[in-house]
Ligand binder design. Structure first.
Ligand code: NAG
Ligand code: NAG
Ligand code: NAG
Length: 234
């Protein structure tokens, strides 16, 4: 009697441990992700005196669109002294933002050099996918249209692969990770910018080229002449 009770208890705690393990396993598959979220703009190295810019964008957000050309100009101006990573935050009130963001993840997995051209393509024609313009379209129709739209940039031979990318739960998960990463940084709108890890004021609106100069020039001046022994950590 006592013995079987003990056995049952052991069995029960074993099951509990297994359950706990399974729960942790499921969680571990999503967070933290196997690779850091975000699209790196240029594969230049990062050293201790590189200015790190993080931009949080929604591909269907007009303010994100307006903020990209001056930021791109600043990146050209600063060259290897600045480094950018873009994180996506599909905003819930932009009906097609999640599909568009997922398209950027699919595109990156198919043709890594198409990420930024596709982001620019979305910015250029984003009105097509606004709420009012797509209110009569089914979700399947929108997914198909976005696959067509994206493969104009990624390569038309990818059309069917691209479409099945929308059936792959991995691309859904990646887009959710982007969302969760953005919210974990306290980002609630787009565009939001962080420089060297700190949030710039005025989140949700664009910064013009002179604005970027005012932010970055003093940081670069503070470094003094480029040191020879600056540590490379990426
Ligand atoms: C990948 O995308 C780039 C940028 O749009 C494009 O120039 C290139 O042709 C694409 N590669 C293939 C194999 O389609
Ligand atoms: C959506 O359908 C309604 C009703 O048929 C029509 O009045 C409206 O113009 C349509 N809107 C668009 C954007 O196609
Ligand atoms: C994706 O899944 C839907 C529904 O399960 C199916 O109708 C469609 O053919 C699939 N598309 C691709 C490209 O695999």
């Amino acid at each position: 009697m006592e013995r079987s009770k003990h056995k049952a208890l052991v069995l029960e705690s074993g099951l509990l441990l297994l359950l706990l393990f399974l729960v942790l396993e499921v969680r571990a598959q999503s967070l933290p992700p196997a690779e850091m979220d975000g699209f790196v703009y240029r594969n230049s190295g990062v050293s201790s005196d590189t200015i790190i810019i993080e931009a949080f964008y929604d591909p269907l957000c007009p303010d994100s669109r307006d903020s990209w050309p001056p930021l791109k100009q600043a990146l050209q101006y600063y060259g290897s002294r600045a480094w950018l990573v873009v994180h996506l935050l599909p905003l819930p009130y932009h009906d097609n933002a999640f599909v568009a963001s997922r398209a950027l993840h699919i595109a990156t997995s198919l043709n890594a050099s198409a990420t930024y051209p596709l982001l620019e393509h979305f910015f250029k024609y984003q009105e097509k996918f606004y709420n009012a313009q797509t209110r009569n379209l089914s979700r399947a129709c929108i997914v198909d249209e976005i696959a067509r739209f994206a493969t104009e940039v990624v390569g038309s031979s990818y059309y069917s692969t691209f479409n099945s990318g929308f059936n792959d739960t991995k691309t859904d998960l990646k887009t959710r990770v982007s969302f969760e990463y953005s919210t974990s940084r306290g980002v609630s709108g787009t565009p939001f910018f962080f420089v060297n890890g700190f949030l710039l004021p005025g989140g949700g609106s664009a910064i013009d080229f002179n604005g970027w100069r005012k932010i970055i020039d003093p940081l670069i001046a503070a470094h003094g002449p480029k040191s020879q022994d600056s540590q490379h950590f990426l």
